[in-house]
Design a binder for this molecule. Sequence first.
Ligand SMILES: [Zn+2]
Length: 102
Amino acid sequence: MTNVTSLDAARSSPRKLARKLGKFCGHRHSILVCEEDRTVECGTCGAKLDPFDALATVMREWDKWEQSKARSEHDARRASDELAEVKRHLANAKAGLRRATR
Ligand SMILES: [Zn+2]
């Protein structure tokens, strides 16, 4: 009967069951790697993590970070171009004002 309940739980919420089995705990931003005994655990709650799952999580976070970095660099370049344009307009406006007030 317990097995049936577990299967139902797995069907309705595989993550919840995995968490019960100690594979996931829901904390994803703190992973401790113990090189001595070659284990990986959650840095927040100490749950033992599957090393492959932990590596996959790190790779996903790395990909997200790289995409975010590329977006930030693109935004920074665009903002820099816009600032240069504004500075050009300001210089022109100042020159026009100087000519007009002479
Ligand atoms: Zn945790």
